[in-house]
Design a protein around this ligand. Structure first.
Ligand SMILES: NC(=O)c1ccc[n+]([C@@H]2O[C@H](COP(=O)([O-])OP(=O)(O)OC[C@H]3O[C@@H](n4cnc5c(N)ncnc54)[C@H](OP(=O)(O)O)[C@@H]3O)[C@@H](O)[C@H]2O)c1
Length: 369
């Protein structure tokens, strides 16, 4: 009896301590925006946000970054929007906030990742880039006039046949499509590959990359995008407003799921016995606001030991190596970025709001003047 009482009170004390800790952490959660006092000495324009929510995004002058010995300073000419950006703007799924993004306010006040631009300066240890080189890649804070990036990180020379806008659209979407098909899906020539969400940022790259691997590609999109997806090389296009791929009776060796709008058992039903289901998408801003795709990830982990197919989520890992592979594919014309709309830097909130609707055709790009 005594042990039971001790245990009961221990649990109550731990829960109360956690609640107090959470309250303190929540209300003391702050960021550089709150600490900013003086005007910047070397100003540059950048999109910043002091609190979560699209209405809190502002175009302001902040201090221009200075490259360290291993970095390059890039004058950004274009950037692109990804669902990743609205996750940070909204602070959803909320679990992200507990994983270091900032409980009440975003810790990092800058936004954007994908960029293309011209190298303005290099650190003393940098050998692979020089001032004047046109480059593209990824770096937090890309919705700005300048970014600093470690020269050995996710940055590569821009193929000459691409505009800055096209090059800026590649980093997250192109690498995600490449790694999902090559590393997780292990796509082989002649295999049947289904891409659900074939007309979006990742999907438009994925259709072209799967074709370049020699696959027989089926793209799923709505009526207005059928011609686009076919023009990217898809052998078959399923208009989801007219046909449900999960009920088609056809089987696929690999499914790349950008839009997890079918149950896992439905997806399994159209996979070959040794097929691979690669989930990358986590839904829109109003889907599963607490845990996002993680609930579905846990389901795939629970199912895995009992089924012959491989099912799981993939998180892209951006790198110079894969950007260079994509650069070669674009240089040779195997892959061409698809751009839906272009906005100005001051219009980033409108661009993110458009992407949040979930019906972009290819990539949404920001031009930085
Ligand atoms: N795991 C990772 O590392 C990683 C990396 C990048 C992206 N992602 C995730 O992957 C997902 C896709 O990213 P994205 O950049 O491609 O997003 P996106 O550009 O916003 O995708 C929009 C596309 O989704 C299509 N779509 C909407 N509802 C559909 C449905 N019911 N069936 C088929 N297609 C549908 C739309 O086509 P219609 O207009 O024809 O409906 C539109 O073309 C997002 O959830 C994103 O967060 C994950």
């Amino acid at each position: 009896m005594k042990i039971k009482r001790i245990l009961k009170w221990s649990v109550i004390v731990i829960v109360l301590a956690l609640l107090v800790w959470f309250q303190i952490a929540y209300w003391t959660s702050t960021n550089d925006y709150d600490r900013q006092t003086a005007a910047p000495n070397h100003p540059m324009k950048a999109i910043v946000y002091s609190d979560y929510g699209l209405s809190n995004l502002k175009l302001e002058n902040i201090e221009k970054p200075v490259p360290n010995d291993d970095q390059i300073l890039v004058k950004v000419r274009a950037a692109s929007i990804n669902p990743y950006d609205w996750h940070f703007v909204e602070g959803t799924p909320y679990i992200m906030r507990m994983m270091g993004v900032g409980l009440r306010k975003p810790k990092d006040i800058q936004l954007g990742v994908d960029f293309a631009g011209t190298v303005e300066a290099v650190g003393k240890n940098v050998t692979q880039f020089k001032p004047g080189d046109d480059v593209f890649g990824g770096r937090g804070g890309a919705f700005a006039e300048y970014v600093c990036r470690r020269a050995e990180g996710a940055v590569a020379l821009k193929p000459a046949n691409l505009t800055f806008e096209q090059a800026a659209s590649v980093n997250i979407a192109g690498i995600t499509a490449l790694q999902a098909l090559r590393d997780k899906g292990k796509v082989q020539p002649g295999q049947k590959v289904l891409i659900n969400g074939a007309s979006g940022g990742v999907g438009t790259f994925a259709v072209q990359i799967a074709k370049s691997f020699g696959a027989d590609v089926t793209g799923v999109c709505s009526t207005r995008n059928v011609d686009l997806v076919r023009s990217l090389g898809a052998d078959h296009v399923i208009d989801y407003t007219k046909e449900d791929f999960a009920k088609s009776g056809r089987r696929y060796d690999v499914i790349l799921d950008n839009v997890p709008n079918h149950s896992l058992s439905d997806c399994r039903g159209v996979l070959t016995p040794q097929g691979k289901y690669v989930m990358i998408g986590g839904g829109g801003p109003n889907d599963s606001r607490w845990v996002g795709p993680f609930g579905r990830v846990i389901k795939t982990m629970v199912m895995s030991p009992f089924i012959s197919q491989q099912m799981g989520m993939m998180m892209a890992d951006t790198s110079q190596k894969d950007l260079t592979i994509l650069a070669d594919m674009m240089q040779s014309g195997k892959v061409k970025p698809v751009i839906d709309r272009t906005y100005k830097l001051s219009e980033v909130p409108a661009a993110i709001a458009y992407l949040e609707e979930g019906h972009a055709r290819g990539k949404v790009v920001i031009t930085v003047e």
